[in-house]
Structure formats: C-alpha cells, structure tokens
Write a protein that binds this ligand. Structure first.
Ligand SMILES: *[C@@H]1O[C@H](CO)[C@@H](O)[C@H](O)[C@H]1NC(C)=O
Ligand SMILES: *[C@@H]1O[C@H](CO)[C@@H](O)[C@H](O)[C@H]1NC(C)=O
Ligand SMILES: *[C@@H]1O[C@H](CO)[C@@H](O)[C@H](O)[C@H]1NC(C)=O
Ligand SMILES: *[C@@H]1O[C@H](CO)[C@@H](O)[C@H](O)[C@H]1NC(C)=O
Ligand SMILES: *[C@@H]1O[C@H](CO)[C@@H](O)[C@H](O)[C@H]1NC(C)=O
Ligand SMILES: *[C@@H]1O[C@H](CO)[C@@H](O)[C@H](O)[C@H]1NC(C)=O
Ligand SMILES: *[C@@H]1O[C@H](CO)[C@@H](O)[C@H](O)[C@H]1NC(C)=O
Ligand SMILES: *[C@@H]1O[C@H](CO)[C@@H](O)[C@H](O)[C@H]1NC(C)=O
Length: 588
C-alpha cells in the first residue's frame, strides 16, 4: 500500500504543483515584480497582446531599474531568466507574455552588449555626461523636470548603438533610463513621477473613472469644467489678439508644450523599416484612405501588426512641430486611446517629403465600418453600450486626465476604432491639425468633419472641450440610431441626426431613435438614458453640454440625466420649428 500511496502522492504533487518542478536547476527570480502590481491592477484583465507588449517591456525596464538600485546589476543572472518570466507572468494570468510578444527566455538576462553592472556602464561613458545626468535627473521628475532629465539622457543614449529600434527586453536604448531612475534619481524607479517620466508607467491609481473609490464632487467637476472652458476661451481670445491674423491657428490645446516630457518610448523608424513593414506601400496593404493620405497595414520586424498612416503633401519645414506633437501624443496612454508606437520623417528623391505615424492595428476596424459599411451583421445593444462607454472614457481622459488637456477636434465614427474585443479606441487625437490645408469642408482654420463639428466651432472658430462633447453626442446618436450624422439627399433639405433625435425626444418618443431590429436590446430605461445623454451632448449651445467626466458618470452610474434645455432654432430649420421655438435658457 505504502508504495502505491507514495506513487499517487508523487503524481498528485506533480499535477498540482507543476511550477515546483519546472524550475529545473534554476534559481528564484531576484527581480521584484510586486512593484508593478498597482500598474497592472489598473488595467483590464483581458489584455490585447499587440497593444500591450510595449507596456510589458516598459514594466520590465522599471523592474530592472529597481534591481539595479538594489544590487548594482542591470540584469538578473541567466540561470534566473525562466523563473523571472514566471514571476512576471503571475501578474498577467490571461496572457502568455513570451509567446504573445515573441520574447525569448534568455533576453531578460542579456544586457546591452557586455555591460552588466553599474560600474561597467559608468566606465563606458564620459564623466561629464554622467554629471549632466546626475544634476538633471536627481529631482522629482514631475512637470518640466522630466523634460530636462530626458534631454540629458538623450545625449547619453547616442553613445550607444541603438540599432534595434524595435522594443526589445534587452536593448541598449533603455539603459540610460534604467540607470537614471536607479542611480542618480534619489526617489528611485518606484516613485510615481519617476515611473511616469522614464517608463510611462502609472503606479498610482489612474484617474480613468471606473476604479475611483471616492465619489466625484459634482460641483467641483462643473467648477473645474467651466473654469477650464473659460480659461481656454479667454486664452484663445488673448492669443488671437497677439497673433498675426494671416497665420493659421496654432495648436492652442497643446499650449503648454514646455512641460511635456520628451517621450522615452517613442520609436523613430527609418524609411527603410517602414517600406519593409508595408511591402513598399503595396496597394494590397491599404486599409484606409482619407484627405490626409492613406493608412496601411504592416508588420514590424518583431512580428507585431501595426497600422501606418502616411500623410500627403508634407514639407520638411513642419517636422520639428510634427515631432513634438507626436511625442505629446505618444505620452498619452489609456485603454480607450489608440497607442502610438512611433513615427518616421524622411525625404526621398521620388516621393518627396514623408511623414508617417505607426500605431497598433485594431482588428475590428472602425465604428463607421460597422454602422455604415457593407457588413450586414448588426451590432448588439451590449456591444454598442460597451463602445459608448469606451469612447466616453477615452475622451474624458484626453480632457481631464492628460497633461496638458488635449482637444481632439475631429471625433467621428471613422475615428473610433475597435479592437478584437470591441473595446473602443479613440484614434487621431491631436492630429487633426496635420490635415493638409484646404482638405476640410469648412474654413481652413477649422479642423473637423461636416456633420460632427460643434456649431460654435464651425461658425466662430471657438474651440473648447465642449466642441468634442458635441461631436461625441453625434457619434453616440449614430451608434444608437444607425443613421449618419448628416444625410444630404437630392434637392431636399439635409437631414441632421441631432435635430431629428431632438424632435423625437421633445415628443417623448426617445426610444424611436433606436435603430430598428437592434439585437438583444437592453431595458428601456437604460436605452432611453443613452438617447437623452446623446441629445444633451449634441445640444447646439455649448454651455448646455455636460463635460466628458459628467458623461462617463451618467453612463456608468445611476446618476440621472438633467432635463434637456430647449434648443434654439436649428441651423437647418423648417418654418414651423421657427414658430414653435422658445428660448429657455440652460439651467446648470
Ligand atoms: C529546463 O527545462 C526546460 C524545459 O522545461 C529545458 O528546455 C531546459 O533545457 C532545462 N534546463 C536545465 C538547466 O535543465
Ligand atoms: C518588493 O516591492 C514591494 C513594493 O514596493 C515591497 O513591499 C517589498 O518589500 C519588495 N520585496 C523585496 C523582496 O524587496
Ligand atoms: C546562477 O548564476 C550565478 C552567476 O551567473 C552563479 O553565481 C550562481 O551560482 C548560479 N546559481 C545556480 C544555482 O546555478
Ligand atoms: C566589452 O567587450 C569589448 C569587446 O567586445 C571590450 O573591448 C570591452 O572592454 C568590454 N567592456 C567591458 C566593460 O567589459
Ligand atoms: C546596424 O546594424 C547593421 C547590420 O545589422 C549595420 O550594418 C549597421 O552599421 C548598424 N548601424 C549602426 C548605427 O550601428
Ligand atoms: C533583442 O536583443 C537580442 C540580444 O541583443 C537580439 O539577439 C535580438 O535580435 C533582439 N531582437 C530584436 C527584435 O531586436
Ligand atoms: C541626489 O539628491 C539627494 C538629495 O537631494 C542627495 O542626497 C544625493 O546625494 C544626490 N545624488 C546624486 C547622485 O547626486
Ligand atoms: C499616489 O499619489 C498620491 C498623490 O497623488 C500620493 O500621496 C501617494 O503616496 C501615491 N501613492 C503611491 C503608492 O505612489
């Protein structure tokens, strides 16, 4: 009996504790992955591999930096590499890190060239550069301090062969950052500001609404929102006064450029790499066309699939601005925003000047494709609801979470992309200004798309976060009704979805807005609430629209929708509308 019993016990243990046996001859991992726990708990459980490998690499760099601080070594010994991957894996149970991202086990303990210790590294670079780094990076790295630290790191970085531009767990590119956080910076890599500045990782609870513990003070939000709007409007008028009236409008919403860190993880691709990724811009790889240029599908050398947007009619003159904007955009990260991987600028003999940005590819295309494209399958209510929430959270982050505030300016169904789980990702934020002159249907100053642009922005060029709220309201109406923002049929008056929806809401027939035959429709009170929110957001008077934070709150909690103030005469009015229109003010 005892023999059989022991046998049974042996297999029992083997079956239930495979990890005890998997680490054949390897040592426990000396890296402390616990420091990343808060960063990962802020993220949804189901990660999208292509979007998140980059984040995983950044997290690893942070952990390596913590290791360097504690032990003076950049990488763990090679006999710990297996156990270190397993420790990292325990943070992300739903994703096999190595197979999803194509990382080899050995990479985790392969340093840059043969530099493994702090002393090796310091001996390999000039003392003056090190002193420069020490003086710029030994402070709390919030705000402008971050930029001065990363600037001094840039000069350190050029001393290395940064040939492997693709995210690599053992690349030389990251050494200066790993070093700066571990050695000169007295707060260390686990400090919130250091982690954000050098690794783009938020260790603290992020402010993306859902995970917030404390209730949000409504008054404060309105106060801040109104204050922000007033500030933006005032500064805009100030700015207008001072600018040369002939020059086109500068990027007001990115006004505080000095405070932006030079992003540490943005890849500058060579034109050859881009050509290789897109098979020399093959027609077969085109997945989208627009006034600005084409969008291509491509594969990077690490095997990840990306979308590449190639801008038309560029001149080298704007490159410095472009690079700066791209860095700002890359530093803004949120589950509901499309992540920018890198960019490329180059001048070629035949094709002229080139500007390309590289983003994660979204498998499910755009919301426009699903609502108005040839595909016949109708989105179910629960998917539409998820998309609505995702869009709202992404925009709320641009307005209230990003530093500085970013106004999108061109929200429309084709800019809402969907990943393989139908998580909505807002695309192209901050890029509307790179639309070539004359490509918009409106004046050259206004960037935006007909049907989605808020009236005050279209008419007076007045740009605030509430202009985005208007466009959001229009997209939400499209999502709920399956009708386009603007339908122009021969000879007839154009039909504006916002006016149509308001006319139904006024008649207390809000549910008639919903597209016929939408599968698995939700409870009527919830569906109606979404319609009311959409109509409120697309109110023609900006002071009547809620802020995006308020919208998220209304969508995801029991908070009710305030009564919708009557609208002034619609821009496209029928005569009986004009007669009936009353002019009640907006009361909140
Ligand atoms: C440990 O096991 C893996 C397979 O699980 C094998 O590839 C590796 O060579 C083993 N290493 C040692 C040191 O035995
Ligand atoms: C790992 O990091 C966590 C969080 O910073 C800390 O509480 C813990 O003591 C660390 N563990 C080791 C072994 O250093
Ligand atoms: C692991 O490697 C380190 C250095 O490479 C060595 O000092 C240590 O003895 C090794 N441990 C085992 C268990 O092989
Ligand atoms: C690294 O290797 C090179 C030769 O490949 C050698 O010249 C250099 O001294 C080594 N550096 C260190 C710090 O060991
Ligand atoms: C990058 O690597 C290629 C070969 O892999 C080499 O020809 C080229 O000189 C390298 N560039 C730099 C800057 O080291
Ligand atoms: C990553 O780094 C390792 C070691 O330096 C190298 O062998 C590998 O080719 C790199 N991978 C990529 C995708 O650059
Ligand atoms: C960094 O600053 C702290 C205090 O501000 C100081 O104690 C430390 O010596 C400084 N470290 C370096 C490397 O300059
Ligand atoms: C999070 O941030 C707050 C202030 O924003 C700070 O007081 C707190 O210590 C931070 N917590 C962690 C774990 O970094």
């Amino acid at each position: 009996m005892s023999f059989h019993y022991l046998f049974f016990l042996f297999f029992f243990i083997l079956a239930f504790f495979p990890f005890c046996f998997a680490q054949n001859g390897s040592i426990p991992c000396p890296l402390n992955f616990t420091v990343l726990r808060p960063a990962f708990s802020n993220r949804p459980p189901q990660l999208n591999p292509s979007a998140d490998c980059h984040f995983i690499v950044q997290g690893l760099r942070l952990v390596l930096s913590d290791y360097l601080k504690r032990t003076g070594s950049f990488v763990p010994p090679s006999n710990a590499s297996e156990s270190c991957w397993q420790s990292y894996q325990s943070l992300l149970p739903n994703l096999d890190i190595r197979s999803s991202c194509g990382f080899q086990t050995a990479w985790i303990s392969q340093g840059c060239m043969n530099l493994t210790t702090r002393a090796d590294f310091e001996a390999s670079v000039p003392t003056t550069t090190l002193n420069d780094v020490a003086s710029n990076c030994n402070q709390s790295l919030g705000g402008s301090a971050c930029a001065s630290c990363t600037r001094s790191l840039a000069s350190l970085q050029v001393l290395y062969n940064t040939n492997n531009s693709v995210a690599n767990v053992s690349d030389c590119t990251a050494y200066p950052f790993i070093y700066a956080a571990a050695v000169p910076n007295y707060l260390g890599p686990t400090d919130e500001a250091t982690a954000i500045c050098l690794f783009s990782i938020e260790l603290n609870d992020s402010s993306n609404g859902e995970g917030k513990k404390k209730g949000v003070n409504w008054g404060v939000i309105i106060g801040v929102g109104v204050g922000l709007a007033v500030f933006i409007v005032l500064s805009w008028f100030f700015y207008r006064k001072h600018r040369d009236s002939r020059k086109k409008i500068r990027n007001l919403e990115l006004g505080g450029l000095g405070m932006i860190s030079e992003s540490s993880n943005l890849v500058k691709f060579t034109f050859d790499e881009i050509k290789e990724a897109t098979r020399n811009f093959s027609i077969d790889n085109i997945i989208g066309r627009g006034g600005y240029g084409n969008v291509y599908r491509g594969y990077l050398s690490d095997g990840s699939e990306v979308a590449l947007k190639r801008f038309k009619n560029c001149s080298a003159a704007g490159d410095a601005d472009f690079k700066h904007e791209v860095e700002v955009i890359a530093s803004v990260r949120h589950v509901n925003l499309v992540a920018l991987r890198g960019y490329c600028t180059a001048t070629t003999p035949f094709e002229g000047h080139q500007r390309i940005i590289v983003c994660d590819l979204m498998k499910n295309g755009s919301l426009y494709d699903h609502l108005f494209g040839p595909t016949k399958a109708r989105l179910s209510w629960s998917i539409r609801r998820k998309i609505a929430l995702g869009m709202a959270r992404g925009l709320a982050y641009l307005h209230h979470g990003a530093q500085p505030t970013i106004i999108h300016r061109d929200i429309k169904a084709s800019n809402i992309l969907l990943d393989d789980m139908f998580e909505a990702k807002v695309a192209d934020f901050g890029l509307a200004k790179f639309t070539p002159e004359g490509m918009t249907h409106l004046s050259t100053r206004v960037a935006g798309t007909m049907g989605y642009v808020a009236p005050e922005y279209a008419l007076y060029g007045q740009l605030t976060d509430r202009s985005d709220v208007y466009s959001f309201g229009i997209v939400l109406l499209e999502l709920l009704s399956g009708k386009k923002a603007l339908t122009v049929s021969n000879g007839n008056q154009p039909s504006v979805v916002a006016d149509w929806a308001w006319s139904l809401v006024k008649k207390e027939k809000a549910l008639d807005v919903i597209e016929d035959g939408m599968p698995e429709l939700g409870p009527p009170e919830v569906v109606e609430k979404y319609v009311l929110i959409a109509v409120l957001c697309s109110h023609p008077e900006l002071q009547c629209r809620p802020s995006m934070d308020q919208v998220v709150k209304m969508l995801e909690t029991e908070v009710s929708v305030p009564s919708i103030p009557a609208r002034p005469i619609p821009l496209v009015a029928h005569i009986d509308d004009i007669c009936r229109a009353n002019s009640a003010g907006c009361s909140y």
